[in-house]
Design a binder for this molecule. Structure first.
Ligand SMILES: Nc1ncnc2c1ncn2[C@@H]1O[C@H](COP(=O)(O)OP(=O)(O)O)[C@@H](O)[C@H]1O
Ligand SMILES: [Mg+2]
Length: 411
């Protein structure tokens, strides 16, 4: 089944009675002020038109690929966004089966809120051309807060990239395009065929809860670096912000890495170092961006200074890639709350106090008791015997001496 393409939808929406769903018939498509025809936006999987109903703007998204989305997933996502309070950061989507008739059959439509603003690329391009480093720095903060909010709400977008983030004039960000998103309800489903934009993802990234951590860091590092120096020159291709696919592979000697190190900024260096580590073979995210960037994330072998008694701590550069990494605990969701400590920094079980051997006073007390018992037994055996009083006296004396010695030693 071949889905209609951009031109098919373009022609169709200009015909009368093209919508087959009642709620869509009431809509009025917004047309270009000069050309008088709709001017949709599009990406790799869909064409998006602006339409109004009673003056309120909405978006209509038509699929151009068969495997991009389905009603069950979009309905579950809609409910998740509502219940997890994500309405401020996403364009709430609603799936409509059989919404439009094109090429002799009906097709689904996703109806969404219209998001005013530009794509993140366009917004960053504007700030860069105006050299507005303060706004770029604010955008970096907003970005981190956004990713954190998504991850705390147990949602992963799956394709965080410049075209799926819309930014308004106040710098507020909102996400669109949830074709490869993840929520816990999908955990046992097969991954979607889309794997995210290549300039924001590692090759073969696993689909799941923490897949936004890597692109989250790519965007964050890019914005922090551009806020330090917006002169990125040819590093921007229109398909990225600063970094791209070729930068995610060792030995990290591309122009983008040279640009980053030329900034000589400790925060940029720190983030760049973190990103390089994420690019090492076999790395996959096991937590959120906030967890990855928490100050406590530096492992102990990088925090322990070498201290020779009587001297100041020596500045020994920590090994960047440890040869032996402590074995992490069993995998479990790690971003449930604010990051506290990482597994290699977590408290080890408290060392139990050394078992105390019975003290001298205890031994003496037992011996004293034995002395007393000895005396009493000698009386019981033969009280009238000529040696009886001697035995009693001996027992009492032994008892007394032992108690005295015990008291002296215990003190
Ligand atoms: N709700 C919306 N409001 C405003 N613009 C939107 C909305 N949804 C999508 N767009 C625009 O349409 C473009 C393509 O939409 P998207 O859903 O990302 O499709 P694709 O899957 O093809 O990338 C986006 O980059 C954005 O510019
Ligand atoms: Mg998109």
């Amino acid at each position: 089944m071949r889905y209609p393409g951009f031109d098919d939808y373009m022609k169709a929406v200009q015909q009368p009675d093209v919508f087959t769903a009642d709620e869509l018939r009431r809509l009025e498509l917004v047309v270009h002020p000069v050309f008088g025809i709709p001017s949709p936006a599009s990406g790799t999987s869909a064409v998006v038109f602006k339409a109004t109903e009673a003056g309120e703007a909405g978006a209509l998204r038509f699929f151009t690929r068969a495997d991009a989305g389905n009603g069950r997933r979009y309905t579950a996502l809609h409910d998740h966004f509502v219940t997890r309070d994500l309405l401020g950061v996403v364009a709430l989507p609603r799936w409509i089966d059989d919404g439009i008739r094109v090429n002799g059959r009906t097709w689904p439509v996703v109806r969404m809120q219209w998001v005013e603003g530009h794509t993140l690329t366009r917004h960053v391009d504007d700030l860069v051309s105006r050299q507005d480093t303060a706004a770029l720095a604010r955008l970096a903060v907003t970005w981190r807060e956004l990713v954190d909010r998504l991850q705390r709400a147990d949602f992963a977008h799956g394709d965080l990239q410049h075209g799926n983030v819309l930014v308004d004039e106040h710098g507020t960000m909102r996400l669109v395009d949830f074709d490869c998103s993840w929520i816990a309800a999908f955990a046992s489903s097969a991954p979607p065929s889309e794997t995210g934009h290549r300039n924001y993802q590692l090759a073969n990234r696993p689909w799941g809860r923490w897949m936004d951590t890597f692109p989250g860091l790519v965007v964050y590092l890019s914005l922090v670096a551009l806020a330090r120096n917006p002169e990125r020159g040819a590093l921007s291709t229109g398909e990225n912000l600063l970094l791209a696919q070729q930068d995610f592979r060792p030995p990290f000697d591309t122009p983008a890495w040279s640009f980053l190190s030329s900034l000589r900024d400790s925060r940029v260096d720190e983030l760049a170092d973190r990103l390089k580590r994420c690019c090492s073979p076999g790395w996959t995210a096991t937590g959120g961006l906030d967890y990855l960037l928490a100050p406590s994330v530096a492992p102990w072998w990088e925090r322990t200074p070498t201290v020779v008694p009587g001297t100041a701590p020596t500045e020994v550069p920590a090994p960047r890639v440890p040869l032996v990494v402590p074995v992490p605990p069993p995998a479990e969701p790690r971003n449930e709350g604010a990051p506290t400590a990482v597994w290699w920094k977590e408290q080890t079980a408290p060392v139990p106090p050394a078992r105390r051997r019975p003290g001298t006073p205890a031994v003496v007390a037992v011996a004293s008791l034995l002395g007393a018992v000895t005396g009493l037994l000698s009386l019981a055996v033969d009280f009238d015997a000529p040696g009886g009083p001697i035995a009693v006296a001996l027992g009492v004396v032994v008892f007394g001496v032992v108690v005295l010695v015990g008291l002296l030693k215990g003190a």
